[in-house]
Design a protein. Structure first.
Length: 270
């Protein structure tokens, strides 16, 4: 699923940036974070569906989800969530102590994010803070701690990226969201969406340049950043916010954005 890629890719950027100059990223760590992304994205979906089961019944796109449809009980979902988090903990315990503490700190964001759509028009910002924690964790898993001059701008770039793709995603459901009373950046920005997305994209690209300069990245990295900018510009320019199928297509294409950047980091490091 697209969401698992979007959770994993910031981890991969960070792991690749932390590699020694001239070396490939640590494949064992990449694999470990891949397993963790599948588990934690799944846990996040379970928590989201538990919080939103009453809302999901009222939205055509989500009415068939197991909790909303009544196919499983709340107790069964708690048992399933316990299994997901237990396996994710096993992955986390494979890392160094600094990373274990840092990773555990993200759980509060995972649990509270689904509530944000009830109280703010900026739940996508909280999702960005949650989904890009791997930009901090990947570096610390390799280096033993965070170099904030690299990790913070990388984290910020991921947050800005999430605001882009999840605002596009939210436009799919805006009619249902208005009807049931939940909030999103899509409803906040309305017809100004493309202007906001352009601002977030620019902030993402600037942050990536700062992160690259602070860890002595080279020409292939900046070429990839330029390619990411081109991809985002095309997404925003061709986006039709009133066509759910186009919003989904643009949202899902962000996997390509993440892979482009990862490739640029690896080649730049080599």
């Amino acid at each position: 699923p697209a969401g698992t890629w979007l959770l994993y890719l910031p981890c991969s950027w960070s792991i690749a940036l932390a590699a020694e100059p001239g070396a490939l990223p640590d494949w064992h760590t990449l694999w470990l974070f891949g397993v963790g992304a599948v588990l934690m994205r799944g846990a996040g979906c379970t928590i989201n569906d538990m919080w939103d089961r009453d809302f999901d019944r009222k939205v055509a796109r989500t009415a068939s989800r197991p909790l909303a449809a009544g196919d499983i009980s709340t107790f069964q979902s708690f048992v399933f969530l316990g299994g997901q988090l237990s396996l994710a903990l096993c992955v986390l315990l494979c890392l160094n102590y600094y990373s274990i503490v840092l990773g555990a700190a993200s759980l509060s964001l995972v649990v509270t994010y689904p509530l944000m759509k009830r109280i703010t028009y900026w739940p996508q910002l909280v999702l960005g803070l949650t989904f890009n924690w791997g930009a901090l964790l990947g570096w610390s898993a390799i280096k033993g701690s965070c170099d904030w001059s690299v990790c913070l701008p990388l984290y910020l770039s991921g947050v800005m990226w999430t605001l882009v793709y999840d605002t596009i995603y939210a436009h799919q459901d805006k009619k249902d969201d208005i009807m049931i009373g939940v909030k999103s950046t899509a409803l906040q920005f309305k017809e100004d969406t493309k202007l906001w997305l352009s601002g977030f994209s620019l902030a993402m690209l600037l942050s990536l340049c700062v992160a690259g300069m602070n860890c002595n990245q080279t020409f292939p990295y900046y070429s990839a950043v330029a390619a990411v900018g081109t991809h985002l510009a095309h997404q925003i320019y061709t986006l039709d916010i009133d066509k759910p199928e186009d919003c989904w297509k643009k949202f899902a294409s962000n996997r390509t954005v993440g892979i482009l950047l990862f490739t640029g980091i690896v080649l730049g490091n080599l």
